[in-house]
Design a protein around this ligand. Structure first.
Ligand code: FE2
Length: 242
């Protein structure tokens, strides 16, 4: 296995979301959707630019929070993921697998953080939009109505124990949309799920502006969801799992 093959394999282990999906088409779809560029040509994890200025989400999300969150929390996860990958590669090169369980867990955490944060930034805008078309139809089919889905996602996000994410995802095995409550960045998923809309409820996402009022933060995020981006993600997910 050469370096690029190794990196691709490692990415798939950690993503945990593509178990039965052709890896090449999955990768090509995500790279060509112009929304997510998580690795460079050499296979190193890269922090893509924010899709807007740090002040773009004011007053819903303050520029300082965006700066710290993007630069140090998301950026830190990218750095961590690159180190984890190098350490696993080194262990394989040296045929010394004593510590690979540690680095594999770390890579799962850091790369999952990179994936979810990359989606998170693009899921937000500074104006009120609404889901339409196929996205709305699938929400209604899976949950009964948009309001029911939003209530479920809100409750799931607000009541998460500790740090984590509320996630609306496409589940290809059941061809339905599902709501997940993800602890940290990587726990409590369903194999196969592709995240479409993610709500970061780690304290670093809201504490400067919203203090301990996570529920207020979640309610505010629901006012600035870029439903066009969510719809694009659904379209990509459907194409790559066809
Ligand atoms: Fe975060």
């Amino acid at each position: 296995m050469d370096r690029s093959e190794f990196i691709q394999s490692a990415a798939l282990w950690t993503a945990g979301s593509v178990s039965s999906i052709n890896a090449t088409s999955f990768n090509q779809n995500l790279v060509s959707n112009d929304m997510d560029k998580l690795v460079d040509a050499q296979g190193n994890y890269v922090l893509q630019s924010l899709p807007y200025q740090e002040s773009f989400l004011e007053p819903y999300m303050d520029a300082e929070t965006v700066h710290l969150h993007y630069t140090f929390h998301h950026g830190g996860a990218v750095k961590g993921a690159n180190k984890d990958l190098q350490m696993i590669k080194k262990a394989l090169d040296e045929n010394n697998l004593e510590t690979v369980d540690y680095w594999t867990k770390k890579l799962t955490l850091h790369f999952s953080s990179h994936i979810l944060h990359s989606i998170f930034w693009t899921n937000l805008t500074n104006k009120k939009l609404s889901p339409t078309g196929d996205l709305l139809a699938r929400i209604e089919k899976s949950f009964g109505s948009l309001d029911r889905m939003l209530a479920l996602l809100a409750e799931t996000s607000k009541n998460l124990d500790g740090n984590g994410w509320g996630i609306l995802a496409y589940q290809p095995y059941s061809n339905s949309l599902v709501v997940l409550q993800c602890e940290n960045h990587e726990k409590l998923t369903q194999w196969g799920c592709i995240p479409l809309l993610v709500i970061d409820v780690w304290e670093h996402a809201y504490y400067l502006k919203y203090k301990n009022k996570r529920a207020d933060f979640v309610d505010t995020m629901f006012q600035i969801i870029d439903w066009d981006n969510v719809a694009q993600r659904l379209s990509s997910a459907l194409k790559l799992t066809r």
